[in-house]
Every structure is written in structure tokens, then in C-alpha cells.
Design a binder for this molecule. Structure first.
Ligand code: NAP
Ligand code: F7E
Length: 354
């Protein structure tokens, strides 16, 4: 019989890639989605007839328990969160309720209804914050620098605690930044690639940015969901860092993205203090040795290289098409901004599983 998975945050970047991966492995895939006045399911529209969606909310304990008893999942992937760091300063309480307490609500529902269900918690490199060592691994102490990072630390430790207190199979993936054409437009990679495409097409001239010195370890979301799945198949529940082991500044990203379409970033970019954060995570670079040794892998990295070559091959033709915003999830290469996004991705070839 096929396995059943429940994904919270299925409408997000990672949720959409994970849903694809699980469907390709023959899972029955269920997703928890929030009710809104207008459905925003673009990232999963190409999968819609193969998914079962259930209305629920991380804030609503009863909706979570009711979905769990209906679905009886073998695996729950808790990806839902308020995930944009700057919003965590303007809405710290809401961020805490979704991103921190929401995890306890999920775990409590599992404990009382489906204690054998495996649980994945989407932890984050933001927990390392003002880093205590370089590179960061599973033993590096946390020092979060935003309400988001603080909330993720709570979510991380409550998952560890339910594993140790109640024997729940709870794993926590400490994922470093991972990007894709499906990334939200407010995150730095999409913000840059989208603006570069618009500038190239003459639709805008300037790009306001925050701290250009911050360093990130950027990987590809499609690879990272495979790591998530592998963690959930292990014999014992453990926590893993997933990262490429390379770090680059935001300025590197700007240079590569603008150069990809023969533009000089210095002519278009200016620093706007409103995008500078109250406290910054200056340097992230992960050490994914444990994941490489215990989870293995490799095929996905080869797939990624093949996809990337194909996408790059299609880039020249695509940049001539004045389409700004189309990623319906089926196309790996597409509009100009996606091409730039892929080029930017090249500055950090994801090596988590090579
Ligand atoms: P994302 O694109 O922002 O997606 C977040 C998802 O959470 C969306 O589906 C959103 O639903 C849902 N959500 C938010 N609040 C909710 C609530 N109260 N109830 C139910 N659903 C809610 O995030 P992502 O990049 O895919 O990241 C997935 C997870 O990994 C997040 O927990 C994030 O914090 C964590 N993470 C991400 C990265 C990264 O680099 N991407 C790195 C480490 C950890 P709507 O569509 O309704 O808004
Ligand atoms: O910022 C700097 C900014 O918003 C990256 C989330 O998925 O990854 C993500 O969090 C860096 C920061 O991602 C702009 O200051 C400069 O240093 O793309 P970002 P993030 O904050 O690292 C972690 C792992 C998560 O868990 C989160 O959920 O870029 N930066 N100028 C800028 N960032 C943005 N957004 N916009 C700018 O104009």
C-alpha cells in the first residue's frame, strides 16, 4: 500500500517541491492549506488533481488534529511558518505563534492522535545567527538574531523534546538558505533576479537593497527536499544540517545576476536603509558532513547538474521574451528572471549531496 504524507506549508516553495518528490515516489500526498478570500495555489497548480488539500491553520489545534485523524499519515512534514525574517520584527507575536507554538500544536496533535507518525520540523540556519563557529554543524550553539530565529529555536527544541520525552519519531532539518524560481519575490535571490529582468527589459532602472556584505550559503530547494525525505526514511530520528559548504555575499549575487545579462550592477543598485535589518546574520556557511555520511545520495546532484545545463542552454532564447513572471511549476527554465535566478544559483553549486 502506498504511504500517506501530510505537508503543512504545501503552497510554499519547499512544499511544492516536496509534494512533487513524494508523488514521484508513489505517496498519497495531502496538504494543509489556509483559507483565504482568494486561493493562491500557483506553486502547486500543476499537481492539483493529484493532491488532497485540507483547510487548517497552525493556530488552530483542532483543525490540525482533525486533519490528522482524517488522513492518518505515515509522515508529517511541518513546513508551514511565517518565514520572512524582516516580517518577524514587525509581527513578532504572530511569528512566535505560527513558527514556534505552531510546532507544539502539531506535535501535541500527533502525540494524541497518531503517535507512530513520523514528523519533520523545518529548522533553519537562522538559529545560528551570530555564529559561534565557522562552519556551522549540528553541534554549533544557537544565537538567533531575529524573532524568526528565536521562534525556530523553539520549534527545533520542542521537536527534540517530544522525541526524547514521548518517543515520537521527530527529525529536524537545519537547512541553510535554498532558492529556486518558486522563491517568494521578497527574498533576496528572487528580488534581485526579478529586478534584473525588469531592468534588462527597460521596465525599471533602479534596485533598492539592504546589507550587501551579508554572506549566505545558498543551495537549490529541489535538492534540499530530497534531503528532507531521506532524513524521514532513516532508522532513527536525528537532526541534520543541509548546506552546500560555500558562502557568498549579497554583492556576489548582484554581480553575477547583472553580469548574466551584460549589465553593471553598480549603475543600478543603491542601498536603502529601510532594507537593513535591526540585527543581521552576517555569515552563514554550513558543514553537511553528517548528512553526506549518514543519508548518502548523489543522484539528485547529477539530476540538478543536468537540469541546470538544460536551463542554461535555453537561457539566451528566453531572455529575449518579455515575460516577467511565469513559473507555473512545470518549467525549470523560463522567463528572463528565472534564467537570471539560475545564473545566480551557479555562484553556489549545491554540494550537499555530491
Ligand atoms: P514559504 O515559501 O514562505 O512557505 C511557507 C508556507 O507556510 C506557505 O505554504 C504558507 O501558506 C504556510 N503558512 C504560513 N503560516 C501558516 C499558518 N498559520 N497555517 C498554515 N500554513 C501557514 O517558505 P519555504 O521557503 O517553502 O520554507 C518552508 C519552511 O522551511 C518554513 O518553515 C521556513 O521557515 C523553513 N526554512 C526555509 C528555508 C529556505 O531557505 N527556504 C531555510 C530554512 C528553513 P500560505 O501560502 O497560505 O501563505
Ligand atoms: O536575505 C540580505 C539580508 O531575505 C538574505 C528564509 O528562507 O533563509 C531565509 O532567510 C540576506 C540577508 O533570506 C536585501 O539582510 C540585502 O542577510 O533572502 P533573505 P534570509 O533572511 O537569510 C533562512 C535560512 C530562513 O530560514 C528564512 O525562512 O540578504 N539582503 N538586501 C536582503 N534581503 C532581502 N530580503 N531584501 C533585500 O533588499
Amino acid at each position: 500500500m502506498s504511504k500517506r504524507a501530510l505537508i503543512t506549508g504545501i503552497t510554499g516553495q519547499d512544499g511544492s517541491y516536496l509534494a512533487e518528490l513524494l508523488l514521484s515516489k508513489g505517496y498519497q500526498v495531502h496538504g494543509m492549506v489556509r483559507r483565504s478570500s482568494e486561493e493562491k495555489f500557483e506553486r502547486i497548480s500543476h499537481l492539483r488533481d493529484r493532491l488532497t488539500l485540507h483547510q487548517g491553520d497552525l493556530l488552530d489545534q483542532f483543525s490540525i488534529a482533525s486533519i490528522l485523524t482524517q488522513v492518518e499519515p505515515d509522515e508529517v512534514y511541518n513546513l508551514a511558518a511565517q518565514s520572512f525574517v524582516p516580517t518577524s520584527w514587525s509581527q513578532p507575536v504572530l511569528t512566535g505563534e505560527f513558527t514556534a507554538l505552531g510546532v507544539t500544536k502539531m506535535l501535541e496533535a500527533i502525540r494524541h492522535t497518531m503517535p507512530k507518525t513520523r514528523f519533520y520540523q523545518a529548522s533553519s540556519s537562522e538559529m545560528f545567527g551570530k555564529v559561534r563557529e565557522v562552519p556551522q554543524n549540528e553541534h554549533t550553539p544557537f544565537y538567533p538574531r531575529s524573532p524568526y530565529g528565536v521562534a525556530k529555536c523553539y520549534g527545533h527544541f520542542i521537536a527534540v523534546n517530544y522525541r526524547e520525552s514521548f518517543g515520537i519519531f521527530a527529525v529536524s532539518g537545519i537547512l541553510f538558505n535554498h532558492e529556486s524560481p518558486r522563491r517568494g519575490l521578497e527574498f533576496v535571490t528572487r528580488k534581485v533576479s526579478h529586478a534584473v529582468a525588469r531592468i534588462k527589459l527597460g521596465l525599471q532602472d533602479k534596485l533598492a537593497m539592504g546589507n550587501l556584505e551579508a554572506k549566505r550559503d545558498w543551495g537549490f530547494a529541489g535538492d534540499y527536499v530530497e534531503a528532507i525525505w531521506l532524513m524521514m526514511q532513516a532508522d532513527t530520528p536525528e537532526d541534520y544540517v543541509i548546506a552546500t559548504g560555500e558562502t557568498h555575499t549579497v554583492q556576489d549575487l548582484l554581480e553575477v545576476a547583472f553580469a548574466r545579462v551584460d549589465l553593471d550592477w553598480k549603475k543600478h543598485v543603491f542601498v536603502d536603509s529601510s532594507f537593513v535589518r535591526p540585527a543581521e546574520v552576517e555569515l552563514l556557511i554550513g558543514d553537511a558532513t553528517k548528512a553526506r555520511q549518514k543519508l548518502g545520495g548523489g543522484s539528485r546532484a547529477a539530476d540538478r547538474r543536468r537540469d541546470q545545463n538544460a536551463a542554461e542552454a535555453g537561457l539566451d532564447a528566453e531572455t529575449k521574451i518579455p515575460a516577467i513572471d511565469r513559473d507555473d511549476g512545470r518549467r525549470r527554465s523560463g522567463a528572463a528572471h528565472e534564467g537570471v535566478g539560475l545564473a545566480a544559483r551557479k555562484i553556489s553549486l549545491s554540494r550537499a549531496f555530491s
